[in-house]
Design a protein around this ligand. Sequence first.
Ligand SMILES: [Zn+2]
Length: 139
Amino acid sequence: MEIKDWINLARIVATTVDRDRVHISFIVKKKTRLLTIGTNAFKTHPLTHKYGYMMPYLHSELDAFRKLRHPQDKLTLLNFRFSKTGKLGMAQPCVYCLPWCTTVFDNIVYSNHLGEISESTRSSNWECLVGPNGTPQGC
Ligand SMILES: [Zn+2]
């Protein structure tokens, strides 16, 4: 699958989530095989407490990760955010997701604030996105 195919698939999944901003995460093995899908559907989960999230709502990448049956390597995270009108937006993992995401995934692909696709590897220099009032930005 090419990136545009993943975006199209994410767009379809996004239609099932009733939120103003929809976050879709795919966990993919060796960049080809889809393992799990996560969304930011409105719900809480005990894992969010374990990882120190201030708001106990499940972020889409954590939703996808908890569905993995066992630890695996060669994993890529694909993270997309859609506005209500279907525009791609910033979906870099937030300050809470980033630490565990860089441990778990070899590559992280995400839509950026320009609606374009960025890709980073485990060893990339990440900047954690924190808004002016200290709230995490991104996913
Ligand atoms: Zn997050």
